[in-house]
Design a protein around this ligand. Structure first.
Ligand code: WTA
Length: 677
């Protein structure tokens, strides 16, 4: 038996959802849609691969046009639009100035209700990105190819920092603001950044939280790891005022707002970089303990983010688009910053939580800003539905389009989103994709296919999924049989490699179903997504969950091994095992089982220490639902911890046959401890 069984049981949970009926998009929506031509699927068929993606590349301005659509000579590290040169900050800002300089690029909504929304026009953004790019270049010495780690909350200075890096051809690595200083330091070290950009403080749930302290911890962790950090740039939540307690370190920490005085009005020419140069790293959890830096390209990534924003998000120039994700995750990179800005849209950026000061906040903002495209995750929808099921009706807004992303959405939750939030008028897309994929893989094209609750839909144009069984045989398409979903072909948004670890990239994503490791033909290299899925006869895919050791908490990926290694920092802990437990609001959350070294007694203080260790290593987002101190872990005869058994106990499910375990008697003991007699 293996841990695969754990995922089978997760898959089973999802399979229990009924097949649902269709919801057609409204004629009003179809009449205005960017993509209402069903011929798009022919244009993007495998017969027309890879040249079909020219359509997306042509949404961009190129300093030098590319000559080769797809270069497979270094398989499976795919290179798109080879020979081309472009600059992302030029494409997201400069080229919109002539016609739209006074249009809002971002509309920033601070969390405190007494601070009014601020529109940042394309001209403002141009000025601020240029000045900050000049600072990065001239004060910090940042140049093309250097890495800059950014650990910031949801404020306009975050995309300004990202776009300034892109202007210089530097590679940014944004760490989600809620992650701990230690997590940030590990990423600083892995990426080899010697500049760290942070903010002093930010609002969350009504409190101004100190953030600068995390920078000190990050620098310490990085330095201990051998990575020097020369400069820490500190943006101020209130320019000119320091809102944190932690002292600034002389000669290392600098207030950006002080330094910027020397760069007022400075301009930096956008550096044209080769299409296949990296634009950014985004760290994500995988099957081994250490987070991996997914390396995304410049030309392919931006083309894919722009194309999918246009056709799946249906963004038009006059729309007000609000994606409520955090820019610290891939969703925010592709669908708050790069995709919308490449199209010259107005993108809303919200600092806080949608339940502050009350559960109507999101709808109040939608009304106030006249948002007509709304994008969020099932965990947020569940939370808002619980906290204020009737709140949307109190506000006067009209969404034409809504997105759900990050985890499977229960049909009942989908219906509330559709009926109550969207008033039965908005088209919904359930977009399935990953940090690695840069953009959407499966989703309906909103004007072309009907919605089906609980199903992501068919693949988006140019993506050709295939489902394999454990033995590498293709599962019959449309058979509703679950298997491992892979993508047959490369696409421009796909990550290029794991930063500094090509072997891990090949092993984790391509080895499993590779027909021939020597092959330079993309047909031999299906991409393993790590998700289980099934395809219905209508071609729609239903995503069932991860097949690896990743827990999807509120739509965010956490590695069980990362959490386990945090537990092992606690001196008394001998062994730790982390399993996903179903949660009404968050989808899944970690349950922690620990056993203690001989001579230690279980007690509340050990649970407290375990929680503190997880907070410190990863961040509060990884907080377990429960910490159980068990006399021993259920183990196989070879000594492997049976997570599947623990997961079944946590979720009140049948533990199955445990007679072959080395210590079957422990199972019932653990069960009683968790579930009671
Ligand atoms: C899951 C987030 C079902 C999936 C963009 C995937 C989904 C992981 C959906 C990636 C969806 C994402 N329906 N499951 N619409 N979207 N997932 O890297 O398990 O944070 O592999 O990227 O989230 O999470 P990541």
């Amino acid at each position: 038996m293996s841990e695969k069984n754990l995922e089978v049981s997760e898959a089973q949970i999802a399979v229990h959802w009924q097949e649902e009926e269709y919801f057609p998009p409204s004629t009003e929506f179809i009449a205005q849609a960017n993509m209402a031509d069903a011929g798009v699927f022919d244009r993007f068929s495998l017969d027309n691969f890879p040249n079909c993606f020219k359509e997306y590349a042509d949404l961009l301005d190129w300093d030098e046009y590319w000559h080769t659509t797809l270069d497979t000579s270094d398989a499976p590290c795919w290179k798109w639009f080879v020979g081309g040169k472009l600059n992302v900050s030029y494409n997201c800002i400069d080229r919109h100035l002539e016609k739209n300089q006074n249009k809002a690029a971002f509309i920033y909504v601070p969390e405190p209700v007494e601070e009014p929304p601020v529109a940042i026009t394309y001209r403002d953004l141009y000025n601020r990105v240029n000045e900050f790019a000049a600072l990065l270049r001239d004060f910090c010495g940042v140049k093309q190819g250097d890495r800059v780690t950014i650990h910031m909350p949801m404020v306009p200075e975050l995309p300004i920092t990202m776009l300034a890096c892109a202007r210089l051809g530097a590679i940014h690595s944004v760490v989600f603001g809620g992650f701990s200083g230690k997590a940030s330091g590990e990423r600083v070290s892995d990426s080899g950044s010697n500049v760290l950009v942070v903010m002093d403080a930010y609002y969350r749930g009504g409190k101004l939280l100190e953030h600068k302290d995390k920078a000190d911890q990050a620098v310490k962790v990085a330095t201990d790891d051998g990575q020097e950090v020369d400069k820490v740039l500190v943006w101020q939540r209130y320019p000119g005022k320091y809102s944190a307690e932690t002292p600034m370190v002389e000669g290392r920490d600098y207030f950006v707002n002080d330094l910027l005085k020397d760069y007022t009005g400075k301009r930096v020419d956008p550096v044209p970089v080769p299409a296949e140069d990296p634009l950014f790293l985004m760290y994500t959890s995988g099957t081994t303990g250490r987070p991996k830096g997914c390396q995304h390209s410049t030309g392919g990534y931006l083309a894919y983010a722009a194309g999918t924003s246009k056709y799946v998000q249906d963004i038009h120039p006059e729309d007000v688009y609000w994606c409520m994700a955090d820019i610290g995750w891939i969703t925010g990179h592709s669908y708050i910053v790069y995709g919308p800005l490449a199209l010259g849209a107005s993108s809303v950026l919200f600092e806080g939580v949608p339940t502050f000061p009350d559960a109507g906040r999101a709808w109040q903002i939608a009304e106030q800003l006249n948002v007509n495209i709304f994008h969020t995750a099932p965990t947020t929808i569940r939370m808002l539905r619980k906290a204020g099921p009737d709140e949307p009706a109190k506000y006067n807004y009209k969404f034409k389009h809504m997105t759900t992303v990050g985890e499977p959405i229960e049909p009942a939750v989908w219906r509330w989103y559709y009926d109550v939030v969207g008033r039965g008028e908005a088209a919904i897309v359930d977009t399935w994709w990953q940090t690695e994929t840069g953009g959407f893989l499966c989703s309906t094209l909103p004007a072309l296919s009907p919605m089906k609750p609980g199903s992501a839909g068919p693949a988006v144009p140019g993506i050709h999924p295939i489902i394999y069984d454990e033995d590498g045989n293709e599962v019959t398409p449309g058979s509703n049989i679950a298997g491992n979903i892979c993508i047959q072909n490369p696409w421009p948004g796909a990550f290029q490699t794991i930063w500094g670890d090509r072997d891990r990239y090949v092993k984790q994503y391509y080895e499993r179903y590779c027909a021939n490791p020597e092959s330079k033909d993309w047909r031999d290299w299906p991409y393993l997504t790590g998700d289980a899925a099934m395809q219905a006869p209508d071609g729609y895919f239903r995503i069932l969950g991860r097949i690896d050791d990743v827990i999807n908490v509120s739509g965010h990926r956490l590695g069980t091994k990362e959490i386990e290694s945090a537990c092992l920092i606690v001196n008394e802990v001998a062994e730790a095992s982390v399993v996903p437990v179903n949660d009404e609001l968050k989808g899944k959350v970690p349950d922690v089982y620990v056993s203690l070294k001989p001579g230690f007694d279980s007690g509340k203080e050990i649970q407290t220490k375990v929680i503190a260790a997880i907070d410190d290593s990863i961040g509060k987002i990884a907080r377990p639902k429960n910490v159980y101190i068990v006399p021993d872990m259920p183990k196989t005869r070879s000594g492997k911890i049976m997570r599947r058994v623990l997961a079944a106990i946590s979720n009140n499910q049948d533990v199955g046959d445990v007679t072959t375990l080395a210590n079957p008697e422990i199972v019932d003991e653990v069960r009683k401890l968790v579930q009671g007699e």
